[in-house]
Design a protein around this ligand. Structure first.
Ligand code: ATP
Ligand code: MG
Length: 197
């Protein structure tokens, strides 16, 4: 391909990109949903926590864990100034062995999430693994969506977890579905500190 042809093509491409950038001129507190079966949902959310802290913003994190375990993200972020870190679901497993206890814990956890979603000083709120609580019917989707919609105007929220419901996807501004192409676990490799937890 002659150089001039390539240059012209790139110039046209640049004009289109520049026009798109110029027309995206609004700010908004975003709702992001990171879903799908592949690895990278929670770690992406914690990447945004790091970014926000880099600008000196305050951040709230609620982890709705399937089972309690120590993680690198908690060890690091929970001690950073400007971070509120809540591990919810400690001591039970969301495994519906005792549905009533799971529902009660989910509701208790959601009251903590509500305090984050009402706190205008928080630039970013991460609701890690929230999707399961909605999918199991532990939390009322209408209530959760209403609380998300009523949050302070500039507050960003990231929700992670597999199989995000249509309610959440409909409400979200940005949705990524992370595809599982390969995972080391299936080759017999256990979770690696710093990579998986
Ligand atoms: P991460 O926290 O690494 O970003 P995730 O939030 O996308 O992962 P989860 O479903 O929350 O995924 O699972 C967390 C743990 O399970 C991590 O140790 C991760 O490596 C592992 N994991 C994620 N996806 C898969 C998969 N498809 N197969 C096996 N293990 C997985
Ligand atoms: Mg996760």
């Amino acid at each position: 391909m002659p150089d001039s042809h390539h240059r012209n093509r790139m110039a046209r491409k640049k004009a289109v990109v520049d026009a798109a950038i110029a027309s995206a001129d609004r700010d908004k507190g975003l709702l992001l949903v990171l879903t799908g079966n592949g690895k990278g949902k929670s770690s992406s959310a914690f990447g945004m926590v790091a970014r926000s802290l880099g600008y000196g913003h305050r951040v709230g994190v609620a982890q709705f864990l399937k089972s309690r375990r120590d993680t690198g993200e908690e060890a690091f972020f929970a001690r950073q100034p400007g971070v509120q870190w809540h591990v919810l679901g400690d001591g039970f497993t969301w495994d519906t062995q005792d549905r009533e206890a799971d529902v009660a814990s989910a509701l208790r956890g959601w009251t903590v999430a509500q305090t984050l979603l009402q706190d205008a000083s928080l630039h970013l709120v991460v609701l890690d693994e929230l999707t399961y609580l909605l999918n199991y019917g532990y939390l009322d989707a209408t209530q959760v969506c209403a609380d998300l919609a009523a949050r302070p105007a500039g507050q960003h929220v990231v929700i992670t977890g597999r199989a995000a419901s249509q309610d959440l996807i409909g409400l979200a501004d940005t949705v990524s579905e992370i595809n599982d192409v390969k995972h080391a676990f299936r080759a017999g490799i256990r979770a690696q500190a710093g990579i998986d937890l």
